[in-house]
Design a binder for this molecule. Structure first.
Ligand SMILES: NC(=O)c1ccc[n+]([C@@H]2O[C@H](COP(=O)([O-])OP(=O)(O)OC[C@H]3O[C@@H](n4cnc5c(N)ncnc54)[C@H](O)[C@@H]3O)[C@@H](O)[C@H]2O)c1
Length: 325
């Protein structure tokens, strides 16, 4: 294969980012774009010389594709993944991959049966700082991880509706949970969570908690705490993941690593540019090499599983073991 022919399910804000990165690749062509909102499908398709659809079933029936991007709101993952896998299409699925683990396991089974490549949009794994931290931690004992994501409220209307997004942890702070799993190479085996609505309860259609406190226990014994809130409605905020080792505190953020006390010139060096996740996905398809992709559907589903376990824990008041643990 010398060219990857790509279709999209969803032409919203995130999908447009993937499209613009793919358009820069000589060996990728966006051939079809579907969105429930006709104008969105037509506008994006017009920009990339693709065919617009409002129903991805019709798109899958009519188009010759090598890969499908599924970039829809969390509640909207229904049959696209299974149909695409059965048709032999390689799959890029945006996080969170599902809101329901039974659906996730069904998708995973279809992907495994079909033997197609899969990728989930946890692009933080590809960052130079993430790679550096993962290599550094490989022979160290991590005692605890402390993580925060205190930010704003995205404008998409489904985001603030619990049944549609799963809440901030499942929808957004999943990136931090994924980062913890990835750099430690460890699996989450138990989750305990408490949620509250403290400051945003007066907003219209707001049914997610605005305060989420979670404890994750990993198989090795690492304890991780996570605090997340979208309370900064006027912008601003703070986001980090901090790793506690013997005599050392290592902070990860999107801007770089920090080491206390004393610093570490190698870890704290200016991050190098790394390939983006769309480049990596296309290259993996062209070479047939899943190992180039930093996060398969199964791996992404495991992160999702841990966050859905937190929702269950908050609802039941009991610690919950992720289904795949
Ligand atoms: N990896 C990342 O860093 C990252 C960043 C932003 C968003 N995302 C993820 O991308 C996904 C989409 O987010 P967004 O911000 O683009 O949302 P959005 O609301 O802007 O776009 C979603 C689009 O999907 C369309 N859609 C819904 N159901 C559909 C269906 N059955 N068929 C075709 N189209 C359908 C909607 O009409 C909408 O245009 C979410 O899961 C989100 O978490 C990931």
């Amino acid at each position: 294969m010398s060219e990857v022919r790509i279709g999209f399910v969803g032409a919203g804000g995130n999908a447009r980012g993937h499209m613009s990165r793919l358009a820069e690749l000589e060996d990728a062509t966006i051939v079809a774009i579907s969105d429930l909102v006709e104008e969105k499908a037509k506008e994006a398709a017009g920009e990339y010389g693709a065919t617009p659809y409002t129903d991805y079933h019709a798109m899958l029936d009519s188009e010759e594709l090598d890969a499908l991007y599924v970039s829809v709101p969390p509640f909207a993952h229904t049959d696209a993944e299974v149909l695409a896998a059965q048709a032999g299409l390689n799959l890029f699925v945006e996080k969170p991959v599902v809101l329901d683990m039974d659906k996730g396991l069904e998708n995973l089974e279809a992907i495994k049966q079909a033997g197609v490549l899969s990728c989930v949009g946890y692009q933080l794994r590809l960052m130079d700082t993430t790679q550096r931290l993962k290599a550094y931690l490989a022979d160290k004992t991590v005692a605890m991880i402390s993580s925060h994501r205190w930010g704003g409220l995205p404008g998409t209307p489904w985001w603030r509706v619990m049944e549609q997004s799963g809440g901030q942890l499942v929808e957004q702070t999943t990136h931090q949970v994924d980062l913890m799993r990835y750099v430690t190479g460890d699996e989450i085996v138990e989750v305990y969570a408490k949620y509250a609505t403290r400051t945003l309860g007066d907003l219209e259609n707001f049914t997610i908690p605005d305060s989420q406190a979670v404890i994750f226990e990993f198989a090795s014994g690492i304890l991780a705490t996570l605090s997340t809130s979208p309370m900064m409605t006027q912008g601003g905020g703070k986001s980090d993941v901090v790793f506690l080792l013997r005599d050392q505190i290592i902070g990860w953020s999107t801007t770089g690593l920090s080491v206390t006390p004393g610093g570490d010139p190698d870890l704290e060096a200016e991050p190098k540019e790394t390939p983006n996740i769309d480049q990596v996905f296309v290259k993996a398809i062209l070479t047939g090499d899943q190992s180039l992709i930093p996060v398969s559907y199964e791996d992404g589903l495991r992160t999702c599983d841990a966050t859905l376990a937190a929702n269950e824990s908050a609802a039941t008041g009991k610690p919950v073991k992720p289904k795949l643990s």
